[in-house]
Write a protein that binds this ligand. Structure first.
Ligand code: AMP
Length: 514
């Protein structure tokens, strides 16, 4: 199979909005893949590399100057070999060697193939929605029930392996996947809930209400004395979190699999900013900042597999084995008590609450309705300070917006974040035509604007940031719409944004400013 076959299927899938058509296109491709190519094709379609990270940054990828080939000739196997070689590069001179390998690879690609590889290598293609479609395509291509594919995927943690099993052994091979202590499974995900009351009503009151902690997901496995700790993306981080390993080793059991969130706490027991927890995950050695786990699920205990048991039972197992380390939860509260709890969660610096059906099994790897997250959403009116030229599909368009808050003292606006999310094709076209009229200056990547345009931005919150001049940065900002009805002096100020910082951080921040 040629790379161009995969690229064409990916293009066709992007061109149709019908989910059914998308699944059909991928299924046809998977049927045509040779057995030894199937794993790679499945991984690429869902935006993953079987080799994991291969150490090439976005800048390296996009600055390489290569002339495209006229005709597609590259095979799937040849590209996979090139990725393996790239993944194996290390030590001194590795940057130059990687550039050499990439240049050689890109020189053999057509323009469309080149674009596809850039999107694949930068992780731009990786989205849960796409993985769900590939899973359905696997079911359709190899004539097995989607439920069997999903289950095997969640248990193996890998869709390519699941696809190969579906093709070679059908339902029986898929059914043979088991929760194995030591092998991480895809975590269950939550859907955004409309409101606390609606979520409680949907579950007939048979729900737990828990803090939604803003840390990092962990999945902990223990078999006797052996302990493994995995991240949300199933990366093994056991070696860098010895304090968690010790806690788990001391639990009173022989084998267990727990799901939870880990936070770094400050002295007064309040959660530290999310990025500090994440930086621990990247660290090679243990540091001073202690990670505290908050477990919210138990998937296996002393030989019993609990995935299919209702949360009620899993929660009981959790309480039995790790009571002191589990997330506080209200079990089947009345709406008033739950509402007070929500307020309390926000006041304590958490980002919201989770509401979970007590009757539901652990739907691993899925963003189901039985876990719902309720967060307050904020929108802000901000000033557009500039925009970066897009790449890939957005080449030639002004895309990534630089967002600024107003200085209440009347000084220059203060940059608080960037976003290219939420921009429709029509908005991209409009921005590209409109922004040069407000241009202040430009460089190779960015057109800087006079702060004259107001844009409404939705965000999940604000985090402390040493990189941004106001000490605060938006989290998960996305464009809602432009506000031509608003004047720049009506935009939100940096004070409004700082007020959204979690309380503990705001205090330290202010004290640093004084
Ligand atoms: P989101 O990433 O916004 O879809 O929210 C889901 C994430 O919230 C999970 O992957 C966990 O990392 C995190 N989380 C925090 N508190 C909880 C909780 N009590 N139950 C489940 N997930 C939680």
């Amino acid at each position: 199979m040629l790379l161009s076959d995969v690229v064409e299927a990916s293009r066709d899938v992007r061109a149709t909005s019908s989910r059914k058509n998308k699944i059909n296109v991928f299924a046809e491709l998977l049927k045509r893949a040779a057995p030894q190519e199937l794993a790679q094709v499945v991984a690429w379609l869902s935006g993953d590399l079987p080799q994991g990270r291969i150490g090439t940054g976005w800048r390296t990828l996009t600055t390489l100057e290569v002339e495209s080939a006229a005709e597609p000739t590259l095979s799937v196997a040849a590209v996979d070999d090139a990725f393996s070689e790239l993944a194996g590069v290390g030590g001194s001179g590795s940057t130059a060697r990687r550039q050499e390998l990439l240049t050689a690879l890109f020189a053999r690609t057509t323009k469309a193939e080149h674009d596809f590889l850039i999107r694949l290598l930068t992780g731009e293609m990786r989205q849960g929605a796409l993985t769900a479609i590939v899973a359905e395509a696997v079911a359709l291509a190899f004539d097995v029930p989607i439920a069997a594919v999903r289950r095997a995927h969640m248990l193996s943690g890998r869709l390519p392996v699941t696809a190969v099993a579906a093709r070679t052994g059908g339902v029986a091979a898929l059914a043979a996947f088991r929760l194995e202590v030591g092998r991480p499974i895809q975590p269950m995900l939550a859907s955004p809930g409309a409101s606390l009351d609606e979520a409680l009503a949907e579950f007939g009151g048979e729900a737990t209400v828990e803090h939604k902690m803003d840390g990092a997901r962990i999945q902990v496995h223990r078999d006797g004395d052996r302990v493994w700790i995995f991240t949300r993306t199933l990366r093994d981080i056991t070696a860098s979190v010895p304090e968690l390993v010790d806690l788990v080793r001391n639990l009173d059991c022989t084998s267990v699999v727990l799901d939870g969130e880990t936070l770094a706490l400050n002295d007064s027991g309040r959660p530290r900013p999310f990025q500090e927890t994440m930086s621990r995950f990247g660290a090679a050695t243990a540091q001073e900042l202690l990670l505290h786990p908050y477990f919210f699920d138990c998937l296996h205990l002393d030989g019993a597999d609990l995935l299919d048991a209702p949360l009620r039972e899993r929660r009981a197992a959790l309480t039995k084995v790790a009571c002191g380390l589990s997330i506080p939860a209200l079990i089947a509260p009345d709406p008033e008590t739950a509402a007070e709890y929500f307020d309390g969660a926000l006041a304590a610096g958490h980002e919201g609450i989770m509401i979970k059906s007590l009757d539901a099994p652990y739907a691993a790897g899925r963003r189901g309705r039985s876990w719902q997250k309720i967060k307050p959403t904020h929108t802000l009116d901000l000033l557009v300070l500039g925009a970066e030229w897009g790449y890939g599909r957005r080449t030639g368009y002004l895309s990534n917006l630089h967002l600024g808050a107003r200085d209440p003292e009347g000084g220059e606006p203060i940059m608080v974040g960037k976003t290219f999310k939420g921009l429709t094709d029509a908005l991209l076209q409009w921005q590209t035509a409109e922004f040069p009229r407000h241009e202040r200056e430009r460089d190779a990547t960015t057109v800087y604007l006079h702060p004259e345009l107001v844009v409404e931005i939705a965000l999940d919150g604000v985090q402390a940031s040493p990189r941004y001049p106001g000490g605060a940065a938006l989290r998960f900002a996305r464009v809602v719409r432009y506000r031509p009805d608003k004047e720049p002096h009506q935009a939100d100020t940096i004070d409004t944004i700082r007020a959204l910082l979690p309380e503990g951080i705001r205090l330290t921040d202010d004290s640093q400013l004084e």
